[in-house]
Design a protein around this ligand. Structure first.
Ligand code: RFL
Ligand code: PHB
Length: 402
């Protein structure tokens, strides 16, 4: 006899406890809408997974306004500017002076910790360590999430499912391929990211374009640096012993004013592939996609998590209107409203990536053009403002959403 699943009902079933799924659940709870989050990984894994580090001004504001700002404001590092470095010299882009806004350097895993703690105050609304997660009946008005945990089968029937399960999740893959248009660019390089126990060598982030390839100096705290190196797309972190990493970083970040990095213990290293990707539409029936499940940007613009926050803000508002007065139009407006911002952010992330990285098939002409572009950006107030307003963040609300 087949085992009967344990059945539950909730207004919104959320697949994935990354920033998108957790913040959506938090925003819905504030609006009095019940949700359950289903996640394959453990709580400890999510709270230690090192990823994004830069919160746009508006992302920080959303967290603050929804009661999640205390630790961020205490431990996060507010940055009023960043450096673009090339030809051995660093040039400051003054975000604050150019836009009136700044960014907050606060690790994604810290945001995730704060969100998990806030959600668990409402009971067992996050189901960690789930297996065999699947979504069913997404083109009906009673879609369901199925999963197994500790040997038991579970079924959650919902009014809507939010697919917040990242680029490799099952939600987008559950939509018939003919219903989707996918736009994609895969870059011929990756980033080797390292977490090191050394105080940041610069108060603000340094994005460095070098003949050997791109390098980025970022940070997580006054004691911990986060550093990245452009590497081959199929690079294996095991082929990068610590000495090789420090040598490459030293070469790419060295400046004619004598600036040098001091090596220290490396706590973690991993390679990330780089791609631009958008899936349209962001909805199929009662399944709504958000965050990396619907789009990916190369990390050069520090935008991935911020886009996820933008999506779920719009989605929460659409769902709120739906549950208040059955407003189907708000649901229909969700994707189009997000996509306008998503494509602008795609453009910015691509632009930063092509300006700062070494492409193998670059001709000497391409290289000189790249340097001329950097020279223009740091010496023209108009061009610097373009970078600054995108980096600090375009408005999340265009006024045409639900
Ligand atoms: P996530 O964070 O990938 O979360 C998806 C969650 O879904 C779970 N999952 C499933 N759950 C249930 N059933 C299944 N079948 C499932 N399959 C997957 C996963 O375990 C996971 O917990 O997506 P979300 O929430 O959309 O958030 C997106 C962000 O994580 C991502 O865009 C950023 O990390 C990108 N990113 C950056 N974004 C920024 O805004 N600023 C930055 O400075 C920045 N730097 C970065 C980055 C991403 C990087 N990597 C590693 C890709 C730097 C790097 C190196
Ligand atoms: C990070 O600190 O992880 C980080 C910062 C800026 C980026 C990407 C990643 O553009």
């Amino acid at each position: 006899m087949t085992q009967q699943p344990h059945r539950e009902r909730v207004q919104v079933g959320i697949v994935g406890a990354g920033p998108a799924g957790l913040l959506l659940s938090h925003l819905l709870a504030l609006a009095g809408i019940e949700s359950i989050v289903v996640e394959t990984k453990s709580r400890a894994h999510l709270e230690q997974r090192i990823r994004a580090g830069v919160l746009e001004h508006e992302t920080a504001t959303v967290l603050r306004e929804t009661g999640l700002g205390a630790r961020m404001d205490g431990e996060g590092l507010a940055h009023d500017g960043l450096f673009l470095q090339f030809a051995g010299a660093a040039h400051r882009i003054d975000l604050k002076a150019l836009t009136g806004r700044n960014v907050m350097v606060y690790g994604q895993h810290e945001v995730v910790k704060d969100l998990i703690a806030a959600r668990l105050e409402d009971g067992e609304v996050i189901r960690f360590d789930c297996a065999d997660v699947a979504v069913r009946d997404i083109d009906t008005d009673h879609p369901a999430i199925h999963y197994s945990r500790d040997g038991a089968m579970h079924e959650i029937t919902c009014d809507f499912i939010a697919g917040c399960d990242g680029f490799h999740g099952i939600c987008r893959a559950s939509i018939p391929p003919e219903a989707l248009t996918l736009y994609e660019r895969v870059y011929p390089f990756g980033w080797l990211g390292v977490l090191a126990r050394i105080p940041p060598a610069s108060q603000e982030l340094i994005y460095a374009a070098h003949d050997d390839g791109f390098a980025l100096l970022s940070m997580r705290s006054p004691q911990i640096s986060r550093l990245y190196l452009q590497c081959p797309p199929d690079a294996d972190a095991a082929d990068w012993p610590d000495e090789r990493i420090w040598e490459a970083l030293d070469a790419r970040l060295a400046r004619s004013d004598g600036f040098r990095l001091t090596p220290g213990p490396i706590l973690q290293k991993s390679v990330t592939a780089m791609r631009s990707f958008v899936c349209e539409p962001m909805r199929f029936g009662r399944l709504l996609l958000a965050g990396d499940a619907a789009h990916i940007v190369p990390p050069t613009g520090a935008k991935g998590m911020n886009l996820a926050v933008g999506d779920v803000r719009v989605m929460a508002r659409a769902l709120e209107r739906y549950f208040a007065r059955g407003d189907e139009e708000a649901i229909a407006a969700y994707g189009p409203a997000c996509l306008r911002r998503i494509w602008r952010v795609q453009r910015f992330s691509w632009w930063m990536t092509q300006m700062l990285h070494r492409f193998e098939d670059d001709s000497p002409f391409d290289r000189r053009r790249q340097l001329a572009e950097l020279d223009y950006v740091v010496n023209s107030r108009a061009a610097a403002t373009t970078l600054a307003e995108n980096y600090a963040g375009l408005p999340m609300d265009w006024g045409d959403g639900p």
